[in-house]
Design a binder for this molecule. Structure first.
Ligand code: HEC
Length: 171
């Protein structure tokens, strides 16, 4: 089926408009308001051609969601379940290299919370990324057969590296 109304339907609408403008006027108004509304929403749209800010914030939000069940075990809100823990670590591991491609040279624009240091001192940002990657690798390995204590210690190291990067590179 075509997404567009059949031409005879358009013609009927046109005839209706000519014969009874007052009946079609409310529809004209609705269409005009919809256009205005979407124009307003457009001004909130990410102006970058690749929408890098929206994308990296999206991945960081997934970081947060991936940490939730791990922290729930860490804080005793859920019992330790190794299989589940490993699955959640795997999710985090899979996400861990994804945000960085969304920090191109022209990627610093409002309403970002990223600090200019990411672009002015890239070697320091690289170090923060490497620390994070190292912590994730260690967590993945420890989750295989480490004791509960070792696993939580490795998780703490990951949380520390999230926080360290935020302290230095996020407002
Ligand atoms: C190497 C640096 C770095 C690491 C590591 C890092 N982040 Fe971030 N994070 C950032 C930056 C920079 C921003 C701000 C992005 C922006 O607004 O452009 C951010 C933003 C966020 C946000 C906010 C998204 C929003 O709603 O604005 C969350 C949540 C987040 N990070 C969670 C985490 C978690 C959880 C970890 C660890 C598992 C983590 N981050 C590791 C740099 C990092």
């Amino acid at each position: 089926m075509s997404r567009f109304p059949h031409s005879s339907q358009l013609f009927r609408l046109f005839r209706l408009f000519r014969s009874d403008p007052m009946r079609t006027l409310p529809w004209v108004w609705v269409v005009a308001m919809t256009g205005l509304l979407s124009a307003c929403l457009d001004s909130d749209r990410d102006p970058h051609p690749d929408q890098v800010l929206t994308r990296r914030v999206g991945v960081f939000k997934q970081f947060g969601h991936a940490m939730e069940p791990l922290n729930a075990m860490r804080n005793g809100r859920k019992p330790f379940d190794r299989a589940q823990f490993q699955a959640d670590v795997h999710t985090l591991d899979r996400l861990s290299d994804q945000p960085w491609r969304y920090f191109p040279l022209d990627g610093n624009y409002p309403p970002t919370r990223a600090l200019p240091a990411i672009w002015t001192v890239p070697e320091d940002f690289q170090k923060a990324k490497d620390d994070f990657t190292g912590a994730i690798d260690q967590l993945s390995q420890t989750a295989q057969n480490g004791s509960e204590e070792q696993v939580y210690k490795a998780l703490d190291r990951v949380s520390e590296s999230c926080k360290a990067c935020h302290r230095n590179f996020r407002r």
